[in-house]
Write a protein of this length. Sequence first.
Length: 302
Amino acid sequence: MKIGMVGLGKMGGNMTTRLLNGGHEVVVLDRNPEKVEKAVEDGATAAQNLGELVSQLDAPRAVWIMVPAGDPTEVLISELSALFEADDILIDGGNSNYKESERRASSLQSKGIHFVDVGTSGGVWGLEEGYSMMVGGEPAVVKRLKTIFETLAPGEEKGWGHVGPSGSGHFVKMIHNGIEYGMMQAYAEGFEVLRAKEAYALDLQQVAEIWRYGSVVRSWLLDLTAEALKEGPDLGGIKGWVADSGEGRWTVAEAIDLDVPAPVMTLSLMMRLASRQDESYAAKLLAAMRNQFGGHAVKRDD
């Protein structure tokens, strides 16, 4: 199957390579000419603009976009829809909010254009290991794209699935990321407690390796933790500043809207926010309050 790919970042570029290796024809477009050149070297066909990309695809067309959520996705979908014809398919594999995906699907449907939202996980390892894909859209349309998903997934029948109507793919990926936040925070806290037990002088990388096999806490995240600790248990050169993609926030907001208690995911998000504070005003005020009511000592700035 021939498909267009717009956005050749880390995931988009690797997905293109995997599709090419799987025998698919891919027409690519990206603002970075070096990324386009790399894809062409792998066997892709380059397009200079959206109009050229669309013209090089056979109807009904399928274009997969991998660009940042928000305005970049909104603008790109608007421009593509103006070039599309009825029965063409637009696939959003980025981290869009599922509510935006529902709206976009409805808007495109009025033009006869199909919208498929694909929550995609796999990161930089997806090229070799395959991608986990949570697909939302019309059953018949998803079926038309089956060979694409089978090529990108870890296996034909594993690592991907049609989870429901448009919006559901990004919804499931949103919750996936919320769970990921909680798992990462638990590992981080556990290893910090291990490190704090100085009397045992524990080898954290050794502990991670032990847990990787047979343990109920083994996971790919633990594998990656073990690799990080190989470079040094003190993690020299790494600042404890943790970003968030936005999906953790959306997950917490959704849990509140649905009256579902989600304390672990909520607190893990709060810890990411706390990691960005050079100094906590709240902590300073807590110290001041303790000093006021109990005369407890406070530490002063030099």
